[in-house]
Design a protein around this ligand. Structure first.
Ligand SMILES: [Zn+2]
Length: 89
C-alpha cells in the first residue's frame, strides 16, 4: 500500500463561518444584480473579476457563461465584458 500525504487547510470555526458568510453574501450580490459589468478578462484562470454594478466577484467561467446567456437573449455580450469573444460554432 502506497502512503499518500494529504494537505488540508486548518480553519477555526470562526474562520470557516466568516468565509462561508462572505461567500453567501457574494452569491446574493451576484443574483440580485440587474446587469453585470465585468472588466476585461485576463490570461489567469484563477483570477476573480468584480462587477462594477453589484460588487460581486466571479471567475472567468461565470463571466463567460453570463455573457453567453446575455447573447442568447439578444444582447451584445461586449457591453458586459469588453474583450469577450464569440466561440466558433
Ligand atoms: Zn453585477
Amino acid at each position: 500500500m502506497t502512503k499518500r500525504t494529504v494537505f488540508k487547510a486548518r480553519l477555526s470555526g470562526e474562520q470557516f463561518k466568516a468565509l462561508w458568510q462572505e461567500a453567501q453574501e457574494n452569491i446574493a450580490r451576484l443574483r440580485a444584480c440587474h446587469g453585470h459589468r465585468f472588466p476585461p478578462l485576463e490570461a489567469d484562470w484563477q483570477k476573480k473579476y468584480r462587477c462594477e454594478a453589484c460588487g460581486g466577484e466571479a471567475k472567468a467561467e461565470y463571466v463567460a457563461s453570463y455573457c453567453e446567456g446575455f447573447a442568447a437573449a439578444g444582447g451584445d455580450p461586449r457591453t458586459i465584458c469588453a474583450n469577450i469573444q464569440e466561440r466558433p460554432a
